[in-house]
Design a protein around this ligand. Sequence first.
Ligand code: HEM
Length: 417
Amino acid sequence: MNTDTMAPPSAKHRVPVPAHVPADLVREIDIYALDGIEEGVHEAWKKVQQPDTPPLVWTPLTGGHWIATRGVLIDDIYRSPDRFSSRVIWVPREAGEAYEMVPTKMDPPEHTPYRKAIDKGLNLAQIRKVEGDIRAVAIELIEGFVSTGQCDFARDFAGIFPVKVFLAIAGLPMDDAAGLNLLAKEMTRPSGNTPEEQGKSLQTANAGFFAYVAPIIAARRGGTGTDLITQMVNSEINGAPMAEDKLLGLVSLLLLGGLDTVVNFLSFMMIYLARHPETVAEMVSDPMKLQRGVEEMFRRFAVVSDARYVVEDMEYHGTQLRAGDLILLPTALHGLDDTQHENPMKVDLSRRNVAHSTFAQGPHRCAGMHLARLEVLVMLQEWLARIPRFSLKDGAAPIYHAGIVAAVEDIPLVWEV
Ligand code: HEM
């Protein structure tokens, strides 16, 4: 009998606890198979954050890594690239080492000119120019099913809306969405039962992105188009054209960032709203509350959990870290931290302090956040104008997936027509 294949995935990921990790900091947490995930990804992460949970815990699963469990640390680690590098930002380490996107793996000062190039295409002024297009996509999708009184939100809206918006900004055909979505899933929730297998899955997906973008980059070099990819391809780094390998990583990252995150964020948000008609009614009756509520939604439904690499041996918040250790930063645990927010699981549209790290902090703070914010605002405005009351269909059981980007599917919504 092959006991190896019968073991649960977590057991295969297990590594011995290193000598510098005290036994009382060890917790069994597998970011790809969180305990209690049937109730929801955020609910499962919240269980990790008990009043007596130390600010840093160490898991022997997924190849072994630290997890920052409080907002103060998550915020500080993202802001401190000199001590916590981006050279490995995915767990398991094998997946992080196979990941070749640009500029997420770079630290300043190397990172800075690449980030400037990206910001030229995604800054607030640029994004405001496409608000009309974003609105048109939202309206078209909602009008497509509003009269039927039902939809599967993940399949019929969230899985299409941000993808269509982003592909239009990038000047890419919508037909490419399905293939890109599959690649994005393999990047953020790589398949495999061991760190080695997950590393291989990620490497294949990364290569898939590069193979997809290479001919597009070649075709747009020297072009005069105004789409995001043409802008990136023809931007300069320290006065010279961007090197081919960097362009492959950068254009691939834009696609990855633009696809998986908003899709899943919207889905988590709408499950909550379907279960909380009083919050929906507040937004419907007061457009300002809706507008201000967008940031509260980002606080409550963070989806990214990536990592940083400890640069040198140090003591941090009373804990001994060794150079090369990885620290996972579940961004959900900042927004949901009850030492910073009263009743954090509740969406409170009047909340004053909405501190969160949903878009990270510091030099790598999400370059697409203006686009993401506008997509969420426009989506809520157009949805609530047409469907002001909705709920989950009786017996609905959304299926949750944890990973670098948390995901959810099967969200049947119903409303009166
Ligand atoms: C709900 C939506 C989104 C969330 C929660 C999110 C979250 C994040 C986070 C946490 C990071 C930091 C990663 C790290 O440094 O380890 C990041 C970086 C980034 N995101 Fe987003 N993102 C979202 C939407 C988008 C969109 C729509 C785009 C559009 C292209 C995008 C593009 C990027 C890029 C290019 C970076 C890399 C920035 C850098 O390394 O300097 N994101 N995002």
